[in-house]
Design a protein around this ligand. Structure first.
Ligand SMILES: Nc1ncnc2c1ncn2[C@@H]1O[C@H](COP(=O)(O)OP(=O)(O)O)[C@@H](O)[C@H]1O
Ligand SMILES: [Mg+2]
Length: 403
C-alpha cells in the first residue's frame, strides 16, 4: 500500500506534487516497490524510472533525510518521489512493500569520511537491519567503494591487479621502483577525480592532478603536492601499468555484470573506453569516449570470454566473502603490453555512460562506418543494462514477495 498523503514542506519544492493515489495503490498490489537511495542532481532516478515502469516495478526515490531516518526507526512509511510516466509526486512507501533497495548514490567526497554522520549510510544500514535485499548489499558496496579495501580483496584471492600501497612518501617511492609512473588515488574517489599521476623524468618527477602539472625535484615535494588532492590515511598509491595505445590514447575496458530475470549473474556487456588525447585516464567523464571492442580487436570475442570468466570469478569471490549477492557491478580492466589483464577497480554504481555514448554517437551518424547493426546493438545493450536491475527486483519479489 502506498499513499501520497504526507508531503514534507521543504522536500524538492521544484517537483510537481499531487499524483493519482488510486493508481499508485493499484500498482503496489501487483508490482514490487524498489526503493532508490539517491540525492544528487540531475537525478539518475529520472533516467531509471522509465525502465522500472516498463518492467512493472514501482521505483520510489527515497528521500535521504533526518525525517526518513526517524521513520525507519519507528517503522513508518518512508517519504519518497514516484514518477508515474507523466509526472512526479511525493509518496509514502511502506517499508514492508520495498522489494529491493537500489542504492544508487554518487559519493560526496567530504561526506564519505564519516559514515556515522552520513545520512545515506544511516538509512542504508537501517534498511539492511530490516532484512531488505539490496541491488548491491552494503558489505559489497563498501569493498567496491573503498579502493584500499578493493586492493586487499584482490590480493587475498591473487587476482591480477597493479601493486597497491597506502599512500605516503615511502610507499610512493616503492611504487616508483616497480614502474616509472604511479597513480595516487583517494580511496573513495570515482570518475578519475582526485587522482595524481606521478612520472619519473630525467629532471626529477612530473606530477599531474586535475588540470595542474608540476615538475618537482624530489619525492618530498611530490608527496606534498599530491597530499593537497589525496589525503594520507585516505588514499592509495598504485604502480602504473603501461597500456598499449589505441589511436595514440590510453584505454581500459568496462565489463558490466548483472543479475536479471532469472537471478543468475552474468556479463551483460563490455566496452572500451578510449581516453582523451594525452590523458592518463580513460574515464568517459574525463573526455574519453566509448568504443565497440568488435571494431577494434580482431580477437574481441576471445577477450570477452576471458573477461567474463575472470569477472565472474572475482564477483563470486566477493559474494563468498560478504555472504551477499551482487546485483550489478562494473569491473574496470587494463591490459599491459603483453596483453595481460589487470583489475583496476570494482564499481558498485554504474552509469549507462558507455552504451549511451555508443548508441548516441552511432545514432548521430558520427561513426557511420560501424553501420546500422551496431547502432541497434548498442541501443539494445543499453536497454538490457538499464532493465536488468528491475528484472532482478521482480525475481526477488517472486521469491520473497507477497504476490
Ligand atoms: N595503475 C594504473 N595503471 C594505468 N592506468 C591506470 C591505473 N590506475 C588508473 N589508471 C587509469 O585511470 C583511470 C581511472 O582509474 P580508476 O582506478 O578506475 O579510478 P576511478 O574510480 O576514478 O575511475 C582508469 O580507467 C585508467 O585509465
Ligand atoms: Mg574507473
Amino acid at each position: 500500500m502506498i499513499s501520497n498523503s504526507v508531503v514534507k514542506p521543504d522536500f524538492r519544492k521544484t517537483y510537481p506534487q499531487g499524483g493519482d493515489k488510486a493508481c499508485l495503490m493499484r500498482a503496489t498490489k501487483r508490482s514490487p516497490l524498489v526503493g532508490m537511495l539517491n540525492n544528487v542532481e540531475p537525478s539518475p532516478f529520472l533516467a531509471k524510472a522509465p525502465y522500472a515502469k516498463k518492467e512493472g516495478c514501482m521505483l520510489v526515490e527515497l528521500e535521504i533525510s533526518p525525517e526518513n531516518i526517524k521513520r525507519l526507526s519507528s517503522g513508518n512509511p518512508l517519504v519518497g518521489t514516484f514518477w508515474d510516466g507523466k509526472s512526479l509526486s511525493l509518496v509514502e512507501a511502506p517499508i514492508e512493500d520495498i522489494s529491493m533497495v537500489y542504492n544508487f548514490f554518487l559519493h560526496n567526497h567530504s561526506l564519505d569520511l564519516d559514515e556515522s554522520s552520513n545520512q545515506f549510510f544511516q538509512i542504508l544500514r537501517s534498511l539492511d537491519a530490516k532484512g531488505k535485499p539490496f541491488l548491491n548489499a552494503p558489505e559489497i558496496y563498501r569493498i567496491a567503494h573503498d579502493k584500499w579495501e578493493t586492493s586487499i580483496f584482490f590480493g587475498e584471492h591473487g587476482f591480477p591487479a597493479p601493486k597497491t600501497f597506502q599512500f605516503n612518501q615511502k610507499n610512493l617511492g616503492e611504487a616508483l621502483l616497480i614502474s616509472d609512473f604511479a597513480f595516487i588515488k583517494d580511496t573513495g574517489s570515482y570518475g578519475g577525480d582526485y587522482q595524481v599521476v606521478v612520472s619519473k623524468i630525467s629532471r626529477g618527477y612530473s606530477a599531474q592532478a586535475a588540470k595542474k602539472r608540476q615538475i618537482l625535484e624530489n619525492l618530498d615535494q611530490v608527496a606534498e603536492f599530491a597530499s593537497t588532492f589525496c589525503k594520507p590515511g585516505h588514499s592509495i598509491v598504485q604502480a602504473g601499468i603501461r597500456v598499449p595505445k589505441i589511436r595514440d590514447r590510453n584505454w581500459d575496458i568496462r565489463a558490466v555484470f548483472q543479475r536479471g530475470a532469472n537471478g543468475i549473474l552474468d556479463m551483460t556487456t563490455y566496452y572500451l573506453r578510449v581516453g582523451k588525447a594525452n590523458s592518463p585516464q580513460a574515464n568517459i567523464a574525463k573526455g574519453g569516449y566509448a568504443e565497440d571492442p568488435l571494431a577494434v580487436f580482431s580477437n574481441s570475442r576471445k577477450i570477452g570470454n576471458m573477461l567474463r570468466t575472470l569477472g565472474l570469478e572475482v564477483i563470486f569471490a566477493l559474494e563468498n566473502k560478504t555472504g551477499k549477492a551482487a546485483g550489478e557491478l562494473g569491473l574496470d580492466f587494463i591490459f599491459d603490453q603483453a596483453g595481460k589483464p589487470y583489475l583496476l577497480e570494482i564499481n558498485s554504481i554504474i552509469g549507462s555512460g558507455g552504451p549511451a555514448d555508443l548508441s548516441g554517437r552511432l545514432a548521430d551518424g558520427i561513426r557511420t562506418h560501424l553501420g546500422n547493426s551496431l547502432r541497434s546493438k548498442w541501443g539494445g545493450i543499453m536497454e538490457k543494462m538499464m532493465s536488468n536491475p528491475f528484472k532482478y527486483a521482480q525475481h526477488l519479489w517472486g521469491q520473497h514477495g507477497q504476490i
